[in-house]
Design a protein around this ligand. Structure first.
Ligand code: GDD
Ligand code: MG
Length: 366
């Protein structure tokens, strides 16, 4: 099997982080999300992966300069304008002459789903398409998938309102598709797999099946879920240490050997301190990731937050429930709280309060 990963979206819900970095290349505990996804595909022997690009394609070329990731050979297709989730698949298939079974993945789903089990199920049921499902509390932000007892899909409704959703099983964004499914997608026009292709296959009584995903699953596409992904990876959701070479200094508290931590600082799980991080006296870090070469001044508190690399934080700063981009500078006594997102390279003046706000990359806040 080969893989197609849909990574052409703009990641609007994660702006301004995605103004400079496409969503799949944002780090989850120091490792680009896409690398975690490629690692998972590689663990099932996938060696040929097509990245379906549209938004900021050069960032992907720069990230994988040799078009390789371990044993995986990467190929790219770039849409000149967004073709939607199915249009992008059809475009990739036509551009590269793909005529074999493919696993297609949304480029923002962190999962440990058993792909071998899914392929066996797909083959046994002679499906044209198999959708992996996961169970969520509120299905209204997802594609809701109803099946009969043998796993055949009977209804697919994308983002219904709460009352319309007949089940809490949702499309988890991993599909196995046969060439017969590619043919059901019109070429050269924008097409949504969720709103058009799956309903079309259903109307034609094509063999469309779904299988419940066991294991970890998270769509990282909102700020809250992006932070959640860090906690989960630090707590072992993907079944391995968060970063090669990191040490678990206490249960779910990970540290790179070159981090320097004042003995009066308190670090509580799940947390991560990257390489060359400097933590001053009486700092409190609770459930947070501190990226490489970042420094925190005395008496600062960081709670349920993610700091990317090279963030400089002054004295007595309060950061909670927020995401801080690379190279941000935060002055003494400032607060960054309540789901704020600070774009790369922004500067926050001493004493400023940023509450539930998003700051553009390179901007200044007083
Ligand atoms: N190449 C390309 N072109 N990729 C695209 C395009 C496009 O025009 N539009 C979206 N994508 C990519 C995005 O980059 C993302 O990786 C993936 O397709 C899904 O888009 P999202 O914008 O993240 O969709 P969603 O999260 O609202 O909903 C989707 O995922 C849910 C599971 O997380 C749907 O597939 C839902 O049915 C599903 O439940
Ligand atoms: Mg998504």
């Amino acid at each position: 099997m080969q893989a197609i990963i849909l990574v052409g979206g703009e990641g609007t819900r994660l702006r301004p982080l995605t103004t400079t970095t496409p969503k799949p290349l944002l780090p989850i505990v120091e490792v680009a999300f896409l690398e975690r996804q490629l690692d998972w595909l590689a663990s099932y022997g996938i060696k040929d992966v097509v990245l379906s690009l549209g938004y900021l394609p050069d960032a992907f070329f720069a990230h994988f300069p040799n078009n390789r990731f371990g044993d995986i050979n990467l190929r790219y297709v770039v849409e000149s304008s967004p073709l939607g989730t199915a249009g992008a698949i059809r475009f990739a298939v036509d551009e590269l002459g793909i005529q074999q079974r493919c696993v297609v993945c949304n480029g923002d789903v962190l999962t440990s789903l058993n792909l071998a089990e899914m392929e066996n199920f797909h083959v046994e049921h002679k499906a044209d398409a198999t959708i992996s499902l996961t169970w969520v509390d509120d299905p209204s932000a997802f594609g809701v998938v109803d099946t009969s007892s043998d796993g055949r899909v009977v209804e697919f409704i994308e983002k219904p309102n709460r009352e319309q959703a007949s089940t809490q099983w949702i499309n988890s964004g991993t599909y196995i598709l046969e060439p017969a499914a590619f043919s059901a997608i019109p070429a050269g026009v924008p097409v949504s797999i969720e709103r058009e292709t799956f309903p079309t296959l259903l109307a034609a009584a094509a063999p469309l099946y779904a299988l419940a995903t066991k294991g970890y699953w998270l769509d990282i596409g909102t700020p809250e879920k992006y932070r959640q992904a860090h906690f989960d990876v630090l707590e072992g959701a993907m079944g391995k240490p968060p970063v090669m070479g990191a040490q678990e200094v206490e249960l779910c508290c990970w540290q790179n050997g070159s981090a320097s931590v004042d003995p009066t600082a308190k670090v509580s799980p799940p947390s991560f301190l990257g390489a060359e991080v400097g933590i001053s006296a009486r700092v409190v870090i609770d459930g947070s990731t501190i990226g490489t070469k970042s420094s925190l001044g005395p008496d600062t508190q960081v709670v349920r937050s993610v700091l990317h690399d090279q963030v400089t934080v002054g004295t007595s700063v309060n950061i909670s429930d927020s995401i801080i981009g690379s190279g941000v500078i935060i002055g003494d006594g400032a607060s960054v709280i309540d789901d704020s997102i600070i774009g790369a390279g922004a500067k926050i003046a001493p004493g400023a309060t940023i509450k539930g706000a998003r700051l553009a990359p390179g901007s200044r806040a007083d």
